[in-house]
Each structure stands twice: as C-alpha cells, then as structure tokens.
Design a protein around this ligand. Structure first.
Ligand SMILES: NC(=O)c1ccc[n+]([C@@H]2O[C@H](COP(=O)([O-])OP(=O)(O)OC[C@H]3O[C@@H](n4cnc5c(N)ncnc54)[C@H](O)[C@@H]3O)[C@@H](O)[C@H]2O)c1
Length: 438
C-alpha cells in the first residue's frame, strides 16, 4: 500500500435485508467500533450471530462462557452466541506440562529485559499449538454456523479482533512506559521491538489482529460456496488502522498516532484482504479513525486527532446538528475554557515541527522519540485537564459519533465494495453524520 485509498463517495447500495445473517467475529464491548455495524444489522432485521473468545479459569484453561455470562453477552448483542472459545494468540499455549510464552516472560526482569533471550524453538511449538487450538475451535464454530444459515441468505462477516498483549507483569510495566511514558519515564518503542520480548509480542499481534481474518475467510469457504450456490452473497469486513486524514488548516491531511507497534499486524491484515480479493472474495479492511475504546485507552494521545472532527462537520456542510455538537462539546469543558482553545491546542500539536516527520506514510509505523512522546502525551494530558470531568471528554462524545458513522459506511460499502483496503477519513465520516442528522 503506497498511498491511502480513501472512500470519497457515500455508498448508496444495501444488499442486506431481513432474514440475512450478520456474524460478529469478536466480542461486543459497549464502546467498541462493532456497535456501528451491529446497529445496522439490527435495523436491517438481520439474524445476528456472535462468538466468544472464552474465559480463562483459575488454572488458566480456556473455557466457554458460563450460563450467566452467555445470557449477558447474548442480551448485549441481541443475537445468538456460538459458545466455543475463540481466543486468538499463543501467549498462553504450550505443550502439556511445559511453560507458555507468558511463563517464559515471567523470567524477564525490568533490569535485564532488553538483553534477555527467549527460546524460539519452544515458542514456535507454542505458536503452532495456539494456531491449531484456534483453527480447530473455528471449524467447530463454522459447522454450527453452517446449520444456522438458511439457503439463499446473504451473510456479512464482521471481523473485529485485535489484541495480543501477554499478561506478563514485566510487559505491563514496559507497555505503560512505551505508550504512556514521558520525561524520565519515556521508553523507546524501537528498543522494545529490537528485544526478544518485542519480537514475541509482534508475533502474537499478528496472530490476533491479522491472521484471524485469514482463518475466518478460509474456514467459512463451505458456507460461502453454499450461499453463493443458492444465489446469495457473502461479505467480509475488518477494522484496520493506518493513520487518518483529518482537517488541518482548511484541508485534509494524513496523520497518525505514534507509536503504534500494532501497525505491522494491521498491514498484514490489509495484505490478507488483498490476497482474498485477488481470488474473487469480497473482503475489505476499513482503516478507521482514532477513537477511544477499551482497546485504545492504553495509547495516551491516540484520541487527539479526533477533536478536529468538529471542524470537519462544519466544512462538510453541517447545519444545526453540527452546531449542536459544538455546543455539547463546549458544555464538557471546565469553566473559563473555550472549545476554540481546545481546538487550537490540538491543531498546534499537529502543526508542531516535532510531529511533522511522523506524517510519513511510507515509513509507518514509526517508533516514538523522546520529543514526540513528551508532546503527544503532554498534550493529551493538558486537553484532559481542560475538561470539567475527566470521565466525560469531548473525545468520548466524538468517539460515539465516529462509531455511528462507520456503521452505515461499512455496511453499505460492503454491499458493493470497491476494493480490499479503504480509509474512512474525517471527510466521509463528517458527511455521513451530517446526512444521518439532516
Ligand atoms: N479504537 C481505535 O482507535 C481504532 C482505530 C482503528 C481501528 N480499530 C480497530 O477496531 C477493531 C475493534 O476495536 P475497538 O477499538 O472497537 O476495541 P474493542 O475493545 O471494543 O474490540 C476489540 C476486539 O478484539 C477482540 N479480541 C481482543 N483480544 C482478543 C484475542 N486474544 N482473541 C480474539 N479476539 C480478541 C475482542 O473480543 C473485541 O471484539 C480492532 O480491530 C481495532 O484494531 C480501532
């Protein structure tokens, strides 16, 4: 991918109707991106089917949801959940009686981790076991799913899986510094990537955030063949991230959150969609804007580019509703603080000479630097302090709006998709929102 390929036209088609099947491939959290698509599926009257990643018991064994967890999850989804654990990644897998990769990380210390070496032959075995566990469970899920889909029904598979941070104490401390550390607490993300610890984490990100999409496409081949044989159509979507064009000084510019170590896995996800597309499978990765969710809260400052979405709402012919979003945002700020001050602070951050070298699409995902981390995390902190309540931020409001817009954009574009990798930038998000609230 040499340049971003933005979606510029509001997609108009919708092939999905009552009785068609929507499959959510990942769990649904209250603030997650998937809510946008689930809402569309509900509105279309589709049958909604979900999966679970399962839960770990006290002995770390993976188990299905218990009755109470299953009821709660099905209620939140508004659909049926196939209760076979689909936890991806291999951080907690190992041959019987041998240490898991997370156990191996337990031997690393904060003093020595940059030099500590891991046993790669053993890790390869753990990875093979983790992948087999996942693909075996997926085959079981697909067998059940196949029985739930009547002939002639279109099927929409929405992939949402991303993650893979191992639950090792040493890494949680390092992650806090790589993603949130400034000043004396700054830690170079390149140092992490150069270490054995970093290499293990990147492999696990690949498994969770990218390879699961490939497994989904392969494991649903029989469902796809049967649906297409009965005149129906099958679509696949996945959420990517590869920077976003936002409004800076009157025009849209590509920028990115740094440092996004998961970016290598996201590029792998793009390649999986491209490869499927080349075989005639309609699979599209939608590269989406930075928003605040359970998964992104670890990245301090990731939310900053979201704030100029307000200006995009105006530029894209926003009317009374767009104005109401300015007022609602102003109401969240502390006494004496204006929304203009917040917007100025974020745009000054974007224009800062320290940040400009990071707007380098070809070099993405770039490692952090001391100056960049200080500025990104410092600005995030200052913007947060401009609010009345740190638990009710302008970026919470705007995250909800972005989710609302991505629902119809992805749902409709996937009806007649124009390519395997598309960017949903602030222009199209703003136009979709203005249309929804006209
Ligand atoms: N939040 C952002 O700024 C942003 C931006 C662009 C793209 N995305 C992407 O959107 C998608 C949804 O993320 P979100 O931010 O809405 O957060 P979220 O926390 O709501 O969703 C994360 C998803 O990953 C799944 N998951 C986590 N660990 C897993 C594992 N080990 N195995 C299998 N599944 C696992 C969860 O079940 C959940 O469905 C992700 O692909 C994410 O990378 C997010």
């Amino acid at each position: 991918m040499n340049t971003p390929i933005p979606l510029h036209q509001l997609p108009q088609q919708n092939i999905f109707k009552a009785g068609d099947v929507f499959v959510l491939f990942g769990e649904l959290f209250g603030r997650g991106y998937a809510n946008g698509l689930v809402n569309e599926a509900r509105q279309a009257g589709m049958q909604i089917i979900g999966i679970t990643v399962g839960r770990r018991d006290a002995g770390n064994a993976l188990r299905p949801l218990n009755a109470e967890e299953l009821t709660a999850a099905e209620l939140a989804l508004g659909g049926t959940i196939i209760n076979v654990p689909l936890m991806a990644g291999f951080d907690a897998d190992a041959p019987a009686g041998e240490p898991t990769p997370t156990d191996l990380l337990g031997a690393l210390t904060l003093k020595t981790w940059t030099e500590d070496k891991l046993d790669w032959a053993h890790i390869d075995k753990c990875q093979a076991i983790g992948v087999k566990r996942f693909t075996d469970a997926l085959a079981e899920v697909m067998a059940t799913l196949g029985e739930m889909i009547p002939a002639g029904r279109n099927v929409f598979f929405a992939h949402t899986m991303a993650g893979g941070i191992p639950k090792a104490k040493v890494f949680l401390a390092i992650a806090n510094r790589v993603y949130k550390g400034r000043g004396e607490r700054f830690m170079s993300s390149q140092t992490l990537l150069d270490s054995d610890l970093g290499k293990l984490i990147l492999k696990n990100f690949d498994e969770v955030s990218a390879n699961t999409f490939g497994h989904l496409i392969e494991a649903s081949a029989a469902i796809r063949a049967r649906a297409e044989g009965s005149g129906a159509q099958v679509r696949y979507s996945a959420y990517g991230y590869h920077g976003t064009e936002i409004l800076i000084d009157g025009s849209y510019h590509w920028q990115t959150y740094t440092n996004y170590t998961q970016g290598l896995a996201k590029m792998r996800l793009e390649r999986i969609a491209e490869e499927a597309w080349s075989r005639g499978i309609k699979a599209t990765v939608y590269n989406c804007p930075e928003i605040r969710t359970n998964s992104s809260d670890i990245f301090a400052g990731v939310e900053l580019p979201l704030i100029p979405l307000l200006n995009a709402l105006k530029k894209e012919n926003g009317g009374a509703w767009a104005q109401a979003q300015f007022e609602a945002s102003q109401a969240l700020l502390a006494d004496g603080i204006t929304l203009e001050q917040v917007l100025d602070k974020v745009l000054d951050f974007q224009r800062n000479p320290v940040m400009l070298p990071f707007r380098n699409f070809a070099a993405w995902p770039m490692p952090n630097s001391q100056l960049q981390a200080d500025l990104t995390i410092g600005t995030s902190d200052e913007v947060q302090k401009m609010h009345r309540d740190s638990k009710a931020l302008v970026t919470d409001l705007l995250s909800g709006l972005v989710i609302e817009a991505t629902g119809p954009l992805i749902f409709r574009e996937s009806s007649a998709p124009t390519g395997p990798v598309l960017w949903l930038n602030h222009d199209i998000i703003a136009r979709q929102l203005n249309l929804l609230h006209a």
